[in-house]
Ligand binder design. Structure first.
Ligand SMILES: NC(=O)c1ccc[n+]([C@@H]2O[C@H](COP(=O)([O-])OP(=O)(O)OC[C@H]3O[C@@H](n4cnc5c(N)ncnc54)[C@H](OP(=O)(O)O)[C@@H]3O)[C@@H](O)[C@H]2O)c1
Length: 219
């Protein structure tokens, strides 16, 4: 474990992913545990220090894995990295419908109501059917690694993080705590049925009162 105070020059080294298939999840919350702010998204609780790590983790990933709910609510734009949308419905989020072939993949199930539509929009080869009623997230990871995406970054949301932990697929959680308290009714960084996952603190960085923690999932 390392605790640093000060500038962020060492961040790339501190956040380097191991040379093996690796899936990490990056989330942000306030001191009182809110994963969203007044606009109903995480954008209204971000800080500059969090954005630095957010960008670094994106830059060093091979692909992003994001729950369809977060893609819809946060209006994800088409980005430089391939985006894997996890969805039980296979409904392609509006902002991703005109992305070039191969920029968006859909991880879904055979009973998804919009499966055929997703195949038409994204291309058959970009729709991963990973179960009948539940997306098998371990299979998803294996399939993505086979396609060359060894370092995967998930940006949530809370339901997907909970399921990645439950299915033993998340290797690392990068959890930022921003120096604010917001009260009110907000999601936490996980949502869904209870679970109990032990973590080990790998790195803790403080920058401008933001705490940036790198936790490894132990199992
Ligand atoms: N603080 C943070 O770091 C952070 C990060 C991300 C998001 N957020 C916030 O969290 C809120 C959204 O929360 P959320 O929990 O609804 O997000 P989410 O997990 O991204 O969205 C839930 C939806 O994603 C799909 N999904 C998630 N897990 C799945 C699984 N295991 N298998 C199949 N589909 C799965 C389903 O989509 P279908 O309905 O299409 O089946 C589900 O309805 C937003 O307000 C967002 O701004 C905060």
């Amino acid at each position: 474990m390392r605790v640093l105070l000060g500038d962020g020059d060492e961040l790339p080294e501190l956040y380097a992913a191991p040379d093996q298939p690796w899936l990490r999840v990056n989330m942000v919350a306030t001191v009182d545990g809110a994963a969203t702010g007044e606009d109903g998204t995480s954008r209204s609780i971000n800080t500059g220090a969090d954005k630095v790590v957010f960008d670094l983790l994106r830059d060093t990933s091979d692909a992003l894995v994001v729950g369809a709910g977060t893609v819809r609510i946060e209006g994800y734009a088409v980005g430089r990295k391939p985006l894997v949308v996890v969805s039980r419905t296979a409904s392609v989020p509006p902002t991703q419908r005109k992305a070039g072939r191969g920029k968006v993949l859909m991880a879904t199930v055979s009973t998804a109501p919009y499966l055929e539509e997703a195949r038409q929009i994204l291309g058959n080869e970009n729709v991963l059917v990973l179960g009948s009623h539940r997306v098998d997230l371990a299979r998803m990871k294996d399939e993505l690694v086979l396609r060359g995406f060894r370092h995967l970054l998930s940006e949530g949301g809370p339901h997907l993080l909970r399921d990645l932990l439950d299915q033993g697929v998340a290797d690392e959680l990068d959890a930022t705590v921003v120096p604010r308290i917001v009260a009110g009714g907000h999601l936490r960084i996980t949502d869904g049925p209870p679970l109990d996952v032990p973590l080990q603190l790998h790195t803790l960085v403080e920058q401008d009162h933001t705490l940036l923690a790198r936790w490894f999932v132990t199992r």
